[in-house]
Design a protein around this ligand. Structure first.
Ligand SMILES: O=P(O)(O)OC[C@H]1O[C@H](OP(=O)(O)OP(=O)(O)O)[C@H](O)[C@@H]1O
Ligand SMILES: Nc1ncnc2[nH]cnc12
Length: 240
């Protein structure tokens, strides 16, 4: 398996300022992940990164050992789907039953008891991670699909990608005003996809509690594009 030796391992989020000041690198393991607030305001503090460690530093740090396994189970394919893209391939993570389960467990541990009734997954890879999380936390799963795939009435949002433009759609009536949603995808690059997903949900008056991804590509500044939105990721990868 070809994996990225330069991938950073972390759990990060941009929580509200209530928790910001409490987060330091010396947190006890029980607080390794910043807690979620049941009401996350739109205007928040600066970014808080709990852990941002190179693989070589892992052994000496108090980091959840599941993160290292997840990171090493992700394969990197250079120049896919076009030259210059370092493609983060999560299909190898799915082959590692322990790493896949750990990935789902980490999200479930974070989002259970947060009064989330909607897990919205973005096609295609959000459909892999979203449903098991939704089942475990007792939420419904709402697919956000590429154009012309959903048979019923839809609302749609266009967005730009690292390599092109696209559109996502959601069924009208899948969610109700006032519901609380988690948006899940495998990866954030430019952040265009997650922004479109947030917009779709907010157009129908759903509260987006947080966006969650397995992987972040920080060089593409998707976190900045999300602005004050809360983003939780498990690992960070270098390159585009
Ligand atoms: O942060 P962004 O720049 O928006 O990019 C992230 C999106 O790109 C990938 O999907 P892709 O569009 O390749 O679609 P696929 O999962 O159907 O292959 C990935 O799974 C995210 O959904
Ligand atoms: N580098 C990358 N790897 C996997 N999926 C992506 N989506 C956008 N950029 C990507």
């Amino acid at each position: 398996m070809q994996s990225s030796s330069s991938r950073l391992l972390l759990c990060s989020s941009k929580p509200n300022s209530l928790f910001g000041s409490a987060v330091t690198p010396t947190l006890p393991s029980s607080l390794r992940f910043p807690p979620l607030s049941l009401t996350i305001p739109n205007s928040t503090s600066s970014s808080i990164r709990l852990r941002s460690l190179r693989s070589s530093e892992m052994a000496s740090q108090d980091q959840d050992p599941r993160i290292a396994r997840i990171s090493s189970a992700i394969r990197v394919i250079p120049d896919f789907p076009k030259p210059g893209i370092m493609f983060q391939d999560i299909t190898t993570l799915l082959l590692d039953t322990k790493a896949f389960k750990d990935t789902i467990d980490l999200f479930v541990e974070r989002y259970r008891d947060q009064n989330i009734s909607v897990v919205a997954g973005v096609e295609a890879r959000g459909f892999i991670f979203g449903p098991p999380i939704a089942l475990a936390i007792g939420a419904k799963f709402v697919p956000m699909r590429k154009p012309k795939k959903l048979p019923g009435e839809v609302i749609s949002e266009e967005y730009s990608l690292e390599y092109g433009t696209d559109k996502i759609e959601m069924h009208v009536g899948a969610v109700q005003p006032g519901e609380r949603a988690l948006v899940i995808d495998d990866l954030i690059a430019t952040g265009g996809t997650l922004c479109a997903a947030i917009k779709l949900l907010e157009r129908v008056e759903v509260t987006v509690v947080e966006c969650a991804c397995v992987i972040e590509l920080p060089e593409l500044k998707g976190r900045e594009r999300l602005g004050d939105r809360s983003l939780f990721v498990l690992v960070e990868a270098e390159g585009a």
